[in-house]
Design a protein around this ligand. Sequence first.
Ligand code: PEP
Ligand code: MG
Length: 573
Amino acid sequence: MSQTLTGIGASSGIAIAKAFRLETPDLTVEKTTIEDVSSEEEKLDSALAASKEELEKIKEKTKNELGEEHAEIFSAHLLVLSDPEFVDAIRGKVKDDKVNAAFAVKEVSDMFVSMFENMDNEYMKERAADIRDVSKRVLAHVLGVKMVSLAEIDEEVVIIADDLTPSDTAQLNGEFVKGFATDIGGRTSHSAIMARSMEIPAVVGTKEVTTSADFDTMMIVDGIDGTVIVDPTDEEIAAYEMKQDEFAEKKKEWAKLVDEATESKDGHHVELAANIGTPNDLEGVLNNGSEGIGLYRTEFLYMGRDELPTEEEQFSAYKKVVEDMEGKPVVIRTLDIGGDKELPYLDLPKEMNPFLGFRAIRLCLEKDEMFRTQLRALLRASAFGNLKIMFPMIATLDEFRQAKAMLSEEKEKLKEGGTEVSDEIEVGIMVEIPSTAVMANTFAKEVDFFSIGTNDLIQYTMAADRMNEQVSYLYQPYNPAILRLVKSVIDAAHQEGKWAGMCGEMAGDEVAIPLLLGLGLDEFSMSATSVLPARSQIAQLTKEETEQVAERALNMQTSDDVKALVEETFIDK
Ligand code: PEP
Ligand code: MG
């Protein structure tokens, strides 16, 4: 019998396919003394051979699908496997110390990893990560544990996992991965956000999808309503295929608005922009009629690799985006690493509260050279289009001033060296920390614009982790507390003749849109796939009526009251 799970719809659309279970294998190792050395040696040899064969296959596949450069990491892994020092040390342990092969692999790899990690040379330090990865693969073979890799998927599947990290998500191949469902996570976790830009239907926070389904179980993922059906009946499959067709029809209707301006019924114009993670998302932006890019999350350029991107690499990514947008505004956010976005090669200490920790601008101001490299790349790219720079996680005016001063210094240096830099770059901040929202009138005198980052602003205001489905009931975009903060930020910007946008997920939310229009938001930046539905919605609203509703909402008592008011006035009509 089928089973229906309820979660949070993270990316709309419907996927019907069998499950592919992504899990972190249990590679715990116990030390045992062995009698039969040769059988342990055989186990080791076949694990080494199987790992080699697997890596060669993955390398070939990656090279064909993603190019030589991406395949290099697997060449490095193969190199470790053929290194006699490494392999002989493992063999020696089994033979001389008479320990089980798994323990020998673990002990030798730990030793090599710590040796490489302690070297001064950056290149050598990175080899530690290769050794760790290869050893895991060999160990899995010795232990007979199945290691699954997203890169190996070559048939249509729905991924089920406890959680997906943003770097897992970045590896998903949309051709085969039809959808995903996770046990944990919220609508604003970065894997959910990425699923939306990749147009992969997703449901997060189901709490039990990994215990309810296994490899090859048939699944329906309904990202519109946030439900997952495990092992559906034929009737359920037929019904969802119909829902899939209806969704495709709706998309066709929205597509007619692609070249239209965004205007309310009474002629008020607002700008609808898109959020992107990489230049690869540009196609979606252009196909969905965005009027600009309101948030380019540059951290993805730093992820899924072993070292910092060079200035040249960054420059070409930023230049491509501003050029392809042909003069439309492009707001590029400086590195916002931390929280759920990790960079293992920075070797940052584990923190108790990563969302409140050493992240984003805090890290950049400290890692001066890393930050300046990014600023130079941005400044150089500014000569090729309409580029704006935005600093994330600003909590104090002092942080903004420091960041801005570094930007000005790099600009002067570039200009002195004869490099062309635009003189019209607007420099703004994300308003995502309550202290900054409260002090918006002070900030407004010094910044060129605000972009309200509600994903974080809500979690910090309500003290509710955006990744934790247990407290997702507190994640309340329509709570009057949030609306009052948003209003004061917009008013503060307007007071100083500046513009205010929003790039948190709230900007694309059907219930929030009328309220934000009524509060006077100038720019709404959202997942590219939400742009056309938002344009269609705004065309049916009048600014005047939304203002009246927003005014009433600000004085209501609860989030539910506000939601009911908006729904009865604008949505269920
Ligand atoms: C936000 O916090 O609202 C935001 C847009 O930034 P991110 O989701 O990347 O933290
Ligand atoms: Mg944020």
